[in-house]
Design a protein around this ligand. Structure first.
Ligand code: ARG
Ligand code: GLU
Length: 709
């Protein structure tokens, strides 16, 4: 009796968590959500969003540059995405004379739009459930290895067959951990040109300081255009832009390409992630970022040199801190455990459910084994390879394989690659930072990893340097040639196979090889083995959950984890309470930019032009009805990395803004979703248009858009 009561109680506990705004839905199956979306306020149909027979909104959403989302906003293929998504291209087109990162870029005519060789936009044309074809021959008796082989064969066969019949790019994607498969037809656009970008102090306003943070004031957009056969592309659909803005409680949805989530992991896995691995990564990165900060504050040149490195490390660092806190405050592990109890109870009720129970039970020993290897990987990549000279040496070590029999062409190719690596390395290298990072990271690496399970070089610090890391670091930087651009260039210019020996004696190369050898010999294969086991268990556990959840929690609909395929997520506009006594409003305005302004802090510089417009309150039709210029807003859409640049749409499917971030309090939504704190951040489309129109005067772009006043 007590047991039954407990089960009901834990079920109830879990049910409270399952709320409408959770979920990243497969657009082809959106019919199932239509009633709920309409009950929440949506005025259009699922078919308006995704249809294969008629033009629909899916014909205006693309995977941009392989990692972001973009949306088409005119019948001439005009495309919007985030500034941080277009960043690389803005940077690539920048020179000293035309510094588009600093000044912004606006193509005033079609001819001025800049080609971006290599940049792709990919559009989903159709997706078809092919699970039966892919799992043909697979039964309960099939072993994991056989299954993997069969699935691979079936996929290859189907793709080959289907590719013959279509001009679109065909692929098969796995959903629900290999429990469902879809055949995808994608149109690939290879000619995407850069059309516009605001200056970085608008497009990146708040920089890394404000990253993941609400309230936010970033004008995070850039503009591109898809071309086909050398002409602006004529899409089947483009979004209408709404100038009406949002109000608390408004229905919204986000349409885009979320990359990865892991919502169905067992408690042991979430615990390892959030309480074992992330804390180490965060701690290591905190130490490195502190060193960067110290030197960046002192020297403007160093600030620029380390800006991108800082942003790269800082993005994950901040996000994972949010995950750790969120899981703790929101009792993520306890909730998972309560769910697992209900799951086990469900398994107990029928004989044929035993395999599901075993899958869940079998995770613990694998994760226990995996921890050692994950830790070793973490220290190798986060501590070892964040010493820049070691990472550089790891690249140079590519020459190790060269012998007197290696064809000259091959050598030339390696040398020319290494010259590029070397140029990039020295352009942004500041040795005092690296020496300090090396000292700090080698100390922690050595202290954290057991003597019998670490790269030889760490033991040598004990043997040859009496455990004095400083003495070793002095020796390393004193003796290596890799800190000297002149020596490296000379070495590469005059390279002969007989010089490999000399390179291999370089202390930085010795250290890099020692770390890489250890990783390859002792960690990599074992990690893979654990991963394969885990993936097989996850597949069975997922299958169990797909059967159990509809029976035990009939009100909950399942959705597959994000896998870089097109998804729809929906939720309402609104603020939230991140912690005791703190309440966040749901939108920000230009006033906030002026409040944050600080000419001495790079992230908070405001241009004169923006001041003029602000002082004159010259917002035109882009002002909110409250008279202010709205900049950003938050809503309860379940998004993740890859959703950057995604359109956020209103009840009528009109464009309200561009998704660009989440609030860091809710970043645990990749593992567990809590509607009270998981919010997505979007830039208001009215601010975007105001900048294009009033700030930049690029009115030709405004004219080609369809605008609903
Ligand atoms: N946090 C966002 C994302 O995950 C934006 C990152 C770029 N912006 C920045 N300030 N570093 O990608
Ligand atoms: N900035 C992220 C991106 O580049 C989106 C934020 C998130 O992770 O939700 O995709």
């Amino acid at each position: 009796m007590k047991k039954v009561f407990l089960t009901i109680l834990t079920s109830l506990l879990f049910v409270t968590v399952l709320r409408a705004d959770e979920g990243m839905w497969i657009p082809a199956l959106l019919q199932r959500n239509e009633a709920e979306m309409q009950a929440m306020g949506m005025k259009i149909t699922a078919d308006d969003i995704y249809s294969i027979n008629n033009s629909s909104m899916k014909d205006a959403v693309v995977l941009f540059g392989g990692g972001c989302t973009g949306e088409i906003v005119s019948d001439q293929g005009l495309l919007l995405t985030n500034h941080h998504c277009g960043f690389d291209w803005i940077q690539k087109h920048s020179t000293i004379e035309h510094d588009y990162l600093t000044e912004g870029f606006w193509a005033m005519t079609l001819e001025e739009e800049l080609e971006c060789p290599g940049l792709k936009a990919i559009m989903l044309k159709n997706m078809v459930d092919v699970t039966e074809k892919i799992l043909f021959n697979v039964s309960d008796e099939t072993t994991d290895e056989e299954r993997a082989k069969l699935v691979k064969e079936n996929i290859n066969k189907l793709v080959e067959e289907m590719q013959k019949e279509t001009e679109y790019k065909v692929s098969v994607e796995s959903f629900y951990q290999g429990n469902q498969y879809f055949l995808m037809y994608n149109e690939v656009f290879n000619d995407v040109r850069m059309v516009g970008a605001p200056p970085s102090n608008i497009g990146k306003f708040g920089g890394d300081t404000d990253n993941w943070v609400w309230p936010r004031h970033t004008g995070d957009f850039s503009i591109f255009r898809i071309y086909k056969d050398g002409k602006p592309y004529k899409p089947d659909y483009h979004f209408t832009i709404s100038l009406k803005g949002v109000e608390e409680g408004d229905f919204t949805f986000v349409f885009g390409y979320p990359a990865r989530t892991n919502e169905y992991l067992p408690a042991v896995a979430v615990n390892q992630e959030a309480n074992v691995i992330y804390p180490v990564v965060v701690d290591l990165r905190t130490q490195i970022l502190n060193i960067y900060n110290k030197y960046q504050e002192k020297d403007a040149k160093v600030r620029i040199q380390y800006a991108s490195k800082h942003a790269g490390l800082g993005n994950g660092w901040k996000k994972w801190m949010g995950v750790i806190e969120g899981i703790r405050n929101f009792k993520g592990i306890e909730k998972k455990e309560a769910f697992e109890q209900a799951y086990n109870d469900w398994c107990m009720h029928a004989r044929n459910r035993m395999k599901y129970m075993h899958a869940l039970r079998d995770f613990a020993p694998v994760y226990e084994e995996y921890e050692k290897y994950r830790m070793a990987t973490t220290y190798f990549t986060e501590a070892g390879l964040s010493i820049e000279i070691i990472e550089f040496a790891a690249n140079m070590a590519k020459l190790s394989g060269v012998t007197k029999d290696t064809p000259q062409e091959e050598i030339d190719k390696i040398i020319s690659e290494l010259k590029e690596v070397s140029n990039a390395f020295f352009k942004d290298y500041y040795q005092p930072i690296d020496e300090e990072v090396a000292l700090t990271m080698l100390e922690v690496y050595r202290a954290a990893q057991p003597e019998d399970f670490r790269p030889e070089i760490l033991n040598e610090i004990d043997k040859k340097f009496k455990g004095d890391v400083k003495a070793y670091v002095d020796y390393l930087f004193g003796k290596t040639m890799l800190t000297s651009e002149e020596k490296v260039n000379k070495f590469l210019d005059e390279f002969k196979p007989s010089k490999v020996k000399k390179l291999e004696k370089d202390p930085a190369v010795v250290a890099a090889n020692s770390m890489m050898d250890f990783y390859v010999e002792n960690v990599m294969a074992k990690s893979r083995e654990c991963n394969t086991k885990i993936n097989n268990l996850r597949r069975v556990y997922m299958e169990g959950q797909m059967k159990m959840i509809p029976e035990v929690y009939p009100e909950k609909r399942l959705y597959p984890d994000a896998n870089f395929t097109l998804r729809v997520t929906y939720g309402k506009v609104g603020g939230f309470k991140p912690k005791d006594a703190v309440t966040y409003g749901y939108f920000t305005t230009l006033d906030g930019i002026m409040q944050k302004e600080n000419p001495d802090i790079y992230d908070y510089v405001v241009t004169d032009r923006l001041h003029e417009l602000y002082d004159a309150k010259d917002y035109g039709r882009y002002a909110d009805k409250d008279g202010t210029m709205h900049v950003a807003f938050i809503a309860g859409n379940h998004t993740t990395g890859g959703n950057s640049g995604s359109p956020i749409l209103n009840a009528e499917g009109k464009l309200l803004g561009l998704n660009f971030d989440r609030t860091w309090e809710g970043t645990m939504s990749d593992l567990i979703y809590d509607p009270s704190i998981c919010k997505n951040i979007s830039v208001d489309i009215r601010y975007v248009l105001f900048l294009i129109d009033k700030y930049a005067g690029c009115t030709r772009l405004i004219e080609e858009m369809t605008i609903d006043e």
